[in-house]
Design a protein around this ligand. Structure first.
Ligand code: G4P
Length: 540
């Protein structure tokens, strides 16, 4: 019997139609540095979960979709994925919601917000490169929010760093305990197999590159049977496996749930080795939907009243209709189609007539969504990132961050007669969370703030494609922006009078200081001790 049939239902086991309210939910994201293999792993997880018929379908569909609009062509040219997407699949009696996140650092803000909507993350690490910068940043966000991490060390079919060194690196760089759940018997040219401590079985790679490989059940790391199944040159690798089995700490579920320990799986997404173990681990260990931070009190998933928050906005997913889709995480209650929910920011109610699930293969109309599910809500600008929708009037989800931009530019309109349209376009994009928009108190300029230079290109191409306007960006004498927190109206007014030339309002009307450099900011902080200069603003 193969490993697959022993531990998991076969790939083409019946996959129930989306919408089964009774299934437990697991909502997770994959975090990684670009090129570590996140897209490949996503495809293989969906394939293993039966959501796509052939691995490769996700990428193929993505390419077709990308070809449709200019700003998506940027993604294609740069080989990066700008947009987050949501995929749901059902496997082993569990509904999985997989939130994809852009890996490129310019879009980390979008990624951070997406991480506010998950209960668990899979951290993909390239076996040859170890922990890279973007992985580290994203991990820190997960830690901040106490999100448990399952680690997948990918590309063991290539030469890599020794598994012991990789585990040490995780422990040292991330201050995270590790529990290896599987162990590669060699990597790259020396790859002979993958041992699963969890299932006491070994996948044996095909000898001399031929055949499909086989799985041997009930075999011990120090058994003669395993030794005889491997080549002579695998002897030292086997010693490592025996040492790992004896010396490495066992998996501790509580420590995992607390975000203190990560189970580590080895594998190759490309060769579909170890992906089934990872999926089984998610089914078994990933937490069910967790309570969400909110004012006046955290929202429990078993609360009857429906509530959720918008963590992402995406425009023009369908180029034929100029629509926007707000991605909402359902936090409590059973959301049904046609339901009316109040928006805490505006105080207005809206009807959810066509909420959407994003399946790997298609969109589907949702009749019902449960806590942990993500729904897409089509709208024409009524919703914003950070909005709370609920049946309760007093509820605000908290903790969705806005980050201070690291690049500020003045927007230059080629045709000055179109100022009104440009204003609309900039406000639309700011509401989507693509850029911060600042209006200095003096003058009539618009200043956009972004996290990375690539975002500027996206903004220019979208304004051209969607609003027919040609815009450019000019340098400004500011390096960064800080939201101003004043204890009272008098100190707020005094600060404005003192620094009027460098004060602006953001798209929500919040007061912002545009700083020339870090030195100026530091001096102001010293001179105005009663004010706060905030690099992160929490959406209310
Ligand atoms: P990303 O989304 O994290 O950026 O990574 P992606 O899956 O696109 O993978 C990056 C590259 O690494 C791809 O190669 C992919 O085929 C390769 N890759 C992913 N998983 C594995 C693995 O387990 N083993 C090996 N050997 N390679 C792997 P590429 O040449 O850049 O793209 P492509 O032409 O293969 O699509």
């Amino acid at each position: 019997m193969s490993l697959e049939t022993q531990t998991l239902p076969p790939k083409n086991a019946s996959v129930k139609a989306a919408g089964d309210a009774s299934l437990p939910r697991r909502t997770f994201a994959i975090i990684s540095h670009p090129d570590a293999g996140k897209t490949t792993l996503t495809e293989k997880l969906l394939h293993a979960g039966g959501a796509v018929r052939e691995a490769g379908e996700v990428r193929a569909k993505g390419d077709r979709r990308r070809a449709k609009s200019d700003w998506m062509a940027i993604e294609q040219q740069r080989g990066i994925s700008v947009t987050s997407s949501v995929m749901t699949f059902e496997f082993d009696g569990i509904r999985f919601n997989l939130l994809d996140t852009p890996g490129h650092e310019d879009f980390s803000e979008d990624t951070y917000r997406t991480l506010t909507a998950v209960d668990c993350a899979v951290m993909v690490i390239d076996a040859a490169k170890g922990i890279e910068s973007q992985t580290l940043k994203l991990f820190e966000v997960c830690r901040l929010r106490g999100i448990p991490i399952v680690t997948f060390i990918n590309k063991i079919d290539r030469e890599g760093v020794s598994p012991f060194e990789l585990l040490d690196e995780i422990a040292e760089k991330l201050a995270l305990d590790t529990a290896p759940m599987s162990w590669p018997i060699g990597m790259g040219g020396l790859f002979e197999g993958l041992y699963s401590f969890e299932h006491d079985c070994a996948f044996l790679a095909p000898q001399r590159g031929s055949g499909a490989g086989q799985t041997v059940e009930g075999i011990a790391p120090d058994s003669a049977e395993l030794r005889s199944a491997l080549t002579d040159s695998a002897a030292p690798l086997l010693e490592d496996l025996i040492l790992a089995a004896e010396a490495c700490p066992a998996f501790d579920r509580e420590a995992f749930a607390a975000g203190d320990l990560t189970p580590v799986y080895f594998g190759s997404a490309l060769k579909e080795i170890g992906v089934d173990h990872l999926l089984a681990a998610l089914a078994r260990y990933a937490p069910s939907p967790q309570p969400q931070p909110a004012d006046p009190a955290p929202v429990q998933p078993d609360d009857d009243k429906v509530s959720g928050f918008i963590f992402k906005m995406q425009a023009n997913m369908d180029p034929n209709h100029r629509d926007r889709i707000a991605f909402m995480r359902v936090c409590s209650g059973t959301l049904t189609r046609g339901m009316r929910l109040g928006n805490s920011r505006t105080g207005k109610a809206m009807g959810l007539h066509n909420p959407i699930f994003f399946l790997a293969r298609d969109r589907a109309v949702v009749d019902e969504a449960q806590p942990g599910d993500i729904v897409g809500i089509p709208n024409h600008g009524t919703l914003r990132v950070g909005d709370t929708l609920s049946e309760r009037s007093d509820l605000f989800f908290t903790g969705l961050p806005d980050f201070a931009p690291e690049l500020l530019r003045r927007v230059r309109l080629e045709d000055p007669m179109k100022a009104k349209q440009m204003r609309r376009a900039l406000i639309d994009l700011a509401e989507e969370g693509i850029a911060r928009l600042f209006r200095p108190l003096l003058g009539s300029d618009w200043i956009v703030g972004v996290v990375g230079a690539l975002q500027l290109q996206v903004i220019a191409s979208r304004i051209e494609a969607e609003y027919g306007l040609s815009v450019g960006f000019d340098m400004v004498p500011y390096e960064t922006a800080r939201w101003i927190g004043a204890p009272d109206e008098a100190s707020r007014k005094a600060f404005i009078a003192r620094e009027r030339a460098s004060v602006a309002e953001d798209e929500d009307g919040a007061l912002v200081f545009l700083a020339r450099n870090a030195w100026q900011l530091q001096r102001l902080e010293e001179e105005c001790p009663d004010l706060k200069f905030l690099a992160v603003k929490e959406r209310q």
